[in-house]
Structure formats: structure tokens, C-alpha cells
Design a protein around this ligand. Structure first.
Ligand SMILES: [Zn+2]
Length: 256
């Protein structure tokens, strides 16, 4: 069987015996793959960094054998996103991004849009830009890429045109009118500013979205809404998000 060539982002890494790794990699061409990389630890310790999580890499692998694991014959780093690894907040966001990608991607099912989003997300985190804002852009783009983007143009409950007086319902999947909000019960407040910010990010490509400015108030409101939305539709609380919240409470994070 011929080796398959791919480009990917490492999502998880496990040690296997003395010299090998099991790597879970989200590839552009084949979606998520999990494979054994033999003889990678010794005698080539200088390559050890090639296999750190959220490294962008180029790889050669042989598709699933009988036992269900792919066999990775080569894995070489393209980008380590070094500035991300030097800052605890950026690092935690990068972990959050790959946790989300891991949760929504399937083995051997390509989603190039999702791949571009994780790549752009990590690139944005590696700049001077606010990691918090990068987080919101990533969340909105990810939800869009998997067909779960919140409805922001009309009532998600009754499809009436966008009411002047609206709230946000996670369960209905977006903005709702007062009547639907009453029926639903557990809706959240959302300002026009937050709705416009989310809509703007939804409308433009990731590379343009990185230039969109956001106020602290809108940023915080979008964060609360997207957090609940992601918990409801993707499930559970991501470990890294919990860590970010704990750090936030202790006041060590940036204020914007
Ligand atoms: Zn309605």
C-alpha cells in the first residue's frame, strides 16, 4: 500500500513503550487520524519537539491496518507556534481550540474548512492580538463550519423577522423574540452590539475577522453566550476553559 501524504495539527500524544508515540492528528486531507509513530523518541531526541500538541506538521502514513491504528512513517514540524507556548493564557486557549476540534471531528472524515479554522486560530494566537478575542472568533467560525452557527437574523423560535426587542436562547439556537423567550424560559440577554459582533465575524473570512475590534462589554457578553451554546451543542465543559475561568477569577489574565 502506498503511503499517504498529509498536513495536520497534532491533537493528542501518548507514549507507547520506550521509543514510540501514538499521535492523534487532525489532517487537512483525511480528517482525524490516529497512528503509531515508531522509533521516534530515541535515538533522535532532537526531533522530540516535532510531536508536541498543536504543532502543525507534514506526515506520511499508511491507512488503517487490522488493529485499527494507522502507521505513521514520518512526521515533521512545519510550525510550533512558539509565541503561543510562552504565554500561559495563549497556551490555554490553544489547548481549548484543539479540545474543541477533537470533540467535533471524525476519524477519516475531511473538513478542510475546519482545518483552516484551527490553523488560522493558532496563527492569530501567535500574534500580539488579544487571545480572548481570538477565542470568540474561533468559536463562531468553528460553529459555522460544523453547521451549528447560532441564528442571528430572525427569531430562532418562530422565524419572524428580527424583532427590535430580542433575547438569546441557547435551546432555540439563536436570537428569539419576546414571545418565544417567554415560552422558552431560560433565555439570556444579548445587546445589539454583541449580536452585530457575532454577525460580523460570521459574515467575513477568518483572516479579515482578526481585524474586527470589540469592546470589553461586548467581548464578555459574547463569551458568556458562546460558552453556554458550546456546552449545550458540543457537550461538557472543556477542561481548558475551566482552567481559564479559574485563572480569570484569580486576576492573572489580561483585562481585555
Ligand atoms: Zn419568535
Amino acid at each position: 500500500m502506498a503511503a499517504l501524504k498529509a498536513e495536520g495539527i497534532i491533537l493528542r500524544k501518548y507514549l507507547l513503550r520506550e521509543t514510540s508515540y501514538i499521535l492523534v492528528i487532525f489532517t487537512r486531507e483525511y480528517g482525524k487520524i490516529r497512528g503509531v509513530l515508531k522509533g521516534a523518541r530515541n535515538p533522535y531526541p532532537q526531533f522530540a519537539g516535532n510531536f508536541e500538541i498543536f504543532t502543525q506538521c507534514e506526515l506520511l502514513f499508511y491507512g488503517k491496518r487490522k488493529k485499527g491504528m494507522d502507521l505513521i512513517s514520518r512526521c515533521e514540524a512545519v510550525d510550533f507556534f512558539l509565541p503561543v507556548r510562552k504565554d500561559i493564557e495563549r497556551l490555554t486557549y490553544a489547548n481549548y481550540f484543539i479540545e474543541l476540534i477533537d470533540a467535533v471531528s471524525n476519524d477519516h472524515e475531511a473538513n478542510t474548512e475546519l482545518y483552516e479554522i484551527i490553523l488560522e486560530g493558532l496563527r492569530l494566537l501567535a500574534t500580539e492580538s488579544s487571545p480572548r478575542r481570538a477565542g470568540r472568533i474561533f468559536e463562531i467560525k468553528l460553529l459555522d463550519a460544523i453547521g451549528l452557527g447560532p441564528r442571528l437574523d430572525e427569531c430562532a423560535g418562530c422565524s419572524s423577522s428580527l424583532p427590535e426587542d430580542f433575547r438569546f436562547s441557547v435551546k432555540c439556537g439563536g436570537i428569539v423574540c419576546r414571545d418565544c423567550a417567554k415560552k422558552e424560559g431560560a433565555s439570556m440577554e444579548i445587546s445589539s452590539g454583541t449580536r452585530n459582533f457575532m454577525r460580523r465575524i460570521h459574515d467575513i473570512p477568518f483572516t479579515k475577522a482578526r481585524q474586527v475590534k470589540v469592546s470589553k462589554v461586548v467581548g464578555r457578553e459574547a463569551e458568556a453566550i458562546l460558552k453556554k451554546f458550546i456546552q449545550y451543542y458540543i457537550g461538557g465543559q472543556m477542561r481548558s476553559m475551566k482552567f481559564l475561568e479559574d485563572m480569570d477569577r484569580t486576576g492573572v489574565l489580561r483585562k481585555v
